[in-house]
Design a protein around this ligand. Sequence first.
Ligand SMILES: NC(=O)c1ccc[n+]([C@@H]2O[C@H](COP(=O)([O-])OP(=O)(O)OC[C@H]3O[C@@H](n4cnc5c(N)ncnc54)[C@H](O)[C@@H]3O)[C@@H](O)[C@H]2O)c1
Length: 421
Amino acid sequence: MTEPDLNLVVLGLGYVGLPLAREATRGGLLVVGLDTSARVVDGLNSGRSHVDDYSDDDVREMRAAGFSATTEPSCLDRADVVVVCVPTPLDEQRKPDLRAVEAAARMIRDHVRVGILVVLESTSYPGTTDTLVRGILEESGLMAGSDFHLAFSPERVDPGNGSWNLRNTPKIVGGLTAECTSRAAKFYERFVESVVRVSGTREAEMAKLLENTYRHINIALVNELAMLCHEMGIDIWEVIAAARTKPFGFAPFFPGPGVGGHCIPIDPNYLSHHVRTLGHEFRFVELAQEISGRMPAYVADRVASFLGRRGLSIAGARVLVLGVTYKPNIADDRETPARDVIRHLRERGAEVTAHDPMVEVFVVDGDPVRMANDLDSALASCDIAVLLQAHDAYDLGRICSIAPLVFDSRGVTRGPNVERL
Ligand SMILES: NC(=O)c1ccc[n+]([C@@H]2O[C@H](COP(=O)([O-])OP(=O)(O)OC[C@H]3O[C@@H](n4cnc5c(N)ncnc54)[C@H](O)[C@@H]3O)[C@@H](O)[C@H]2O)c1
């Protein structure tokens, strides 16, 4: 027996919402994407993708299978399931900014119907679903857990990861009630291979924060070790390669020029802020932030001292920064540490040019960075190339053979003219 069609509305069509809309469409659901950005909506409706990993062909395939996008909240009137995938950034004081979640919840409140399932996927601190979102939805007069279902399911999307995607990555689901969990699990089982049920929304919210905080702390640990190893004349990359041969009890993390993206520099703040409201400090997170926050200045200092040892001053040096995105093989430059590295290099008097095969325009402090189009001639005319992101498109051997000096913040090159972090 085939299951009846479900009308799904995905609220927020970014890095999280678009993959969800695509898998659900492929799973046979009738999917409408609701986004406040007319640019995003018009683009998708004309078959254009704005998200890494998704081509225009993918969007056209979704369109052919019935997907459409809109800025019009009236689409919520026909929804059986609504999944919220809106951004959860930090405000100017680096505190949680839940305005998009609140706006999304108000939009749903005005259309909520008996029997509907509402799922929050946006990362936030424990209690967001069963207090903030629930409170707004219940202003409709309908009660969560009895009139409609409410759940949290953290997104684990990893842009640029060719192996793990929404379909084959286990999906955690926690509802307000057992029935809410069951409804949400059955919904995701339509297009996700494995669903992990937890007892409530707070456990699901916390699981996501644990995952990101774990990464945050371990990256900071190897960043601090990298700085110490350099002073002790030890190659941190060799140390990690050796340690990871242990088949149990060790997971490798790698140092770099700092943490970036929408998750690692942001999500643990949601947790530490929440912990502060309980009168405690989350010292691990704060320490991790402080250590990784030092890395861009540390990279600039190491570049300056490498140049110095080769008889050149950083002041006036022509520095070519390679790769400005926060992770390899994607075009996303949100919260990328490249911005801070360039800022520190400029402060030390360097003349910075950048190259990134995925990025055409890159602005630091309102000032667009000069972007090199021809990589070979940029390498030949710089004093030093600083590798911040090792995109697959980079021929590392060629970079090292053309650039006079290379500072490698990713530990992927070797050579007489190379210094590694
Ligand atoms: N990007 C990732 O790799 C990733 C991974 C896991 C979890 N998350 C979490 O998922 C959530 C969404 O992140 P993202 O990277 O997809 O964000 P994004 O910025 O790529 O996309 C968000 C979309 O939501 C739209 N939007 C904003 N306010 C809206 C509103 N009130 N109503 C409807 N649409 C609205 C925006 O126009 C945008 O298109 C965040 O909480 C993030 O922490 C992100």
